[in-house]
Design a binder for this molecule. Structure first.
Ligand SMILES: *Cc1c(COP(=O)(O)O)cnc(C)c1O
Length: 368
């Protein structure tokens, strides 16, 4: 069988043509397509504002800066995520405070958050891991009780909902990524959603060198970044966004095949709570601990299937381990186990159901 990579973006002729149009226009940065991108995502997520930026790490960084979070402050995040979630907290000089995740959904264990709240806590930044919303309603309830802002790291989760409400519309900020590893991609790209107009204005200024237009004149009112997005990137993602709901539906069909076909007693399948949909940015299984996961990845590659681990147990990564010395085995056992025994298997638009069946059949024959 032909090699099946873990992931591969579906860039179609219509997407390429949209990019070429912009290149020919000469308006390369933050023009009409960026405006359309922002309007489209704001409407889709039912938020008042969406601000396009250069990537999904810049979005998180801007959110923290806009909220004035800095040295001496603490931000609560899940122990299992892509490392960017913690890096941005470090980069503003604040301290990430880790909370373990749930073994079924890989999302933050909400019941464990309250014990980590101190007088220094300035925000909660949950992640909607692998394209599934965390229990964001419960996070919001807790945050409101303590008067804390919530920044949703929804990098992987455009289109994910809880009780029909979109991720990115619960917290003060929602952050999305459009890296090729996500459902639709601009190459590099990100967008920050917020229904707070004052914060949106602040983010727009910070995105663009601290420039504010005052009476038709450019004034430099803040020490800002250059986190702008190019217009051809926005054109690329706008073209794909027209297919987003179809992509999510199709991925759910593929996931259904995995659920029906994988029947190995040593492979734990993910769980989708009844009040949420899954957008399947990643189909993440966990192997029994007597498997050598890295050996399984090598073995599957030899059999023509690309897989990888799903996300990092962040406090166990070198930088964080050296700086904070936390014992992940004791404090974040679920995140550590997902990092060590988790396996992301292929799920994307270009795959056929027959290929998913083939992958499932190879997985069913794995031996310890
Ligand atoms: C992909 C991702 C990011 C970073 O997005 P980039 O666009 O690659 O910077 C942040 N958080 C999570 C959870 C992600 O999956």
């Amino acid at each position: 069988m032909e090699f099946i990579p873990l992931t591969s973006p579906d860039i179609r002729d219509e997407d390429i043509n949209a990019v070429v149009e912009v290149l020919k226009s000469g308006m390369l940065v933050q023009a009409q397509n960026v405006q359309d991108f922002e309007a489209g995502v704001a409407t889709f997520t039912q938020t008042k504002n969406a601000i396009a930026v250069s990537n999904g790490t810049a979005t998180l960084h801007l959110a923290l800066v806009a909220l004035g979070i800095g040295p001496g402050d603490e931000v609560i995040i899940p122990a299992l995520s892509y490392v960017a979630t913690a890096n941005v907290v470090e980069l503003v000089g604040a301290t990430p405070v880790f909370v373990d995740v749930d073994t079924d959904t890989f999302n933050i264990e909400v019941a464990a958050i309250e014990a980590k709240i101190t007088s220094k806590t300035k925000a909660i930044m949950p992640v909607h891991e692998f394209g599934l919303a965390c229990d964001i309603e419960a996070v919001m309830k807790l945050a409101e009780k303590h008067g804390l802002p919530v920044i949703e790291d929804a990098a992987c989760a455009l289109g994910a909902t809880q009780n029909g409400k979109h991720t990115g519309s619960f917290g003060i900020f929602g952050s999305f990524s459009f890296h090729p590893r996500k459902a639709v991609s601009s190459g590099e790209g990100g967008i920050l959603t917020t229904s707070d107009d004052a914060l949106a204005a602040k983010v727009r200024i910070l995105r663009n060198h601290g420039v504010e237009m005052q009476h038709g004149k450019m004034e430099f009112v803040a020490a800002g970044f250059n986190y702008r997005m190019t217009d051809f990137q926005a054109a690329l993602v706008n073209s794909q966004l027209k297919r987003l709901l179809k992509i999510i539906d199709y991925k759910n069909e593929l996931a259904e095949v995995y659920f029906n076909e994988i029947n190995h007693s040593g492979i734990k399948l993910p769980v989708v709570p009844a009040d949420r949909n899954h957008t399947w940015q990643t189909f993440h299984v966990v192997l029994d601990s007597d498997f050598d996961r890295d050996k399984v990845i090598t073995e599957l590659r030899e059999k023509g299937i690309g897989t990888n681990y799903g996300a990092q147990c962040i406090p166990a990564q070198q930088y964080y381990l050296k700086k904070y010395g936390l014992d992940s085995a004791k404090e974040f056992p679920n995140a550590l186990r997902a990092f060590k025994s988790g396996l992301a298997i292929p799920i994307y638009e270009k795959l056929q159901k027959e290929q998913i069946r083939q992958i499932a059949s190879v997985l069913n024959k794995l031996t310890r």
